[in-house]
Design a protein around this ligand. Structure first.
Ligand SMILES: Nc1ncnc2c1ncn2[C@@H]1O[C@H](COP(=O)(O)OP(=O)(O)OP(=O)(O)O)[C@@H](O)[C@H]1O
Length: 309
């Protein structure tokens, strides 16, 4: 449905997109996950032909996307980072205005606007002007304006930034509902939990390149870490740390401020083996955690950095 090949975008000397390749299929909730500055917004703006790029091709619905591709744009719903609504219009009038850009027939438009009001949970605010809304409600209005016409493709750029947890959940559930109703969705975020929760496939971006693509399960299988064991343990010696490193399936050990972190490959009994060793050595330990890999682990193993520095 969307095909991006070798996309290059420079801002002066800065290479914001470095031969980016992406393919989004019909029916997906496709996540673009990357830290701030990795190029997510630039990629979205190029995709929408809002920004000129230096090299590469972008095809949407099988056709090349250009600033004049109005028939393609008609089928796309856009929710950008900055809220773009009219202060002089009420909540209802705003949604009606944006929906009216695509849907001319009045009865159909009335139904769609009403559905969008309910969808965004704005029933009690129909006649309120945007400046009287809280940040979360304003974001929900921004989304309602972008999706009311039920577009085939919806592109959302970090719609939950600076949003309260209640609105965030409402937004995430709403995106899944839009997908169930038939829209393909491209969703950018730097929150790995959100992307894991709603996206059916994910591309991880760093420095304007896609460094890994797949379902969350596929991405986690790409890395060595199968389990991270963290234990509060007192006064471990260098020899003991070395012995832990030598245990089967252990490939990295870190010990800082009495906190032992052991990275293991996928295997049974990793935790038990480490605890047995601590007991044998009569080492005092407190709380124990065992975690499966996260998308942050994927990012960390591929780039050597945390997703959120
Ligand atoms: N108009 C611009 N002029 C110059 N540099 C820019 C411009 N817009 C973005 N950049 C730079 O391009 C790089 C990619 O930015 P972009 O906004 O696309 O990243 P992002 O992943 O969307 O980050 P964020 O989550 O902070 O929006 C960053 O280094 C950014 O500073």
């Amino acid at each position: 449905m969307v095909e991006i090949k070798n996309l290059v975008k420079r801002y002066g000397d800065l290479l914001a997109l470095d031969h980016l390749n992406l393919q989004v299929r019909e029916g997906e909730v496709f996540g673009l996950l990357g830290p701030n500055g990795s190029g997510k917004t630039t990629a979205i703006n190029c995709m929408l032909a809002l920004l000129k790029y230096d090299r590469g091709t972008i095809r949407i619905f099988g056709e090349e996307m250009t600033p004049e591709s109005y028939h393609i744009k008609q089928q796309i719903g856009i929710v950008l980072q900055n809220v773009a609504v009219f202060d002089e219009l009420t909540v209802y009038e705003n949604i009606d205005y944006f929906c009216g850009l695509y849907i001319k027939e009045k009865q159909r438009r009335r139904e769609l606007v009403e559905e969008a009001v309910v969808f965004a949970g704005l029933e009690d605010y129909r006649k309120v002007r945007p400046r009287k809304l809280s940040g979360g409600l304003l974001r929900r209005l921004n989304i309602a304006c972008g999706i009311a016409h039920k577009p085939r493709l919806i592109i959302m750029d970090e719609p939950t930034v600076a949003v309260d947890p209640q609105s965030r959940n409402k937004i995430l559930e709403g995106i899944q509902e839009l997908n169930r109703q038939g829209s393909t969705i491209i969703y950018t975020s730097h929150y790995m939990e959100e992307v894991e929760q709603i996206c059916t496939r994910i591309a991880i971006l760093d420095h304007g390149r896609s460094i890994a693509v797949g379902t969350k399960e596929e991405l986690k299988m790409m890395i060595k870490t199968g389990e991270t064991v963290t234990i509060e343990a007192v006064a471990l010696t260098e020899e003991q740390l070395h012995a832990i490193e030598e245990l089967p399936h252990v490939f990295a050990v870190d010990y800082e401020r009495q906190l032992l972190t052991v990275r293991c490959t996928r295997a049974k009994h990793n935790l038990i083996r480490i605890l047995n060793y601590l007991q044998e050595q009569e080492i005092l330990f407190g709380r124990v955690f065992s975690e499966l890999p996260t998308l942050n682990d994927v990012f960390l193993e591929i780039t050597g950095k945390q997703l959120r520095d």
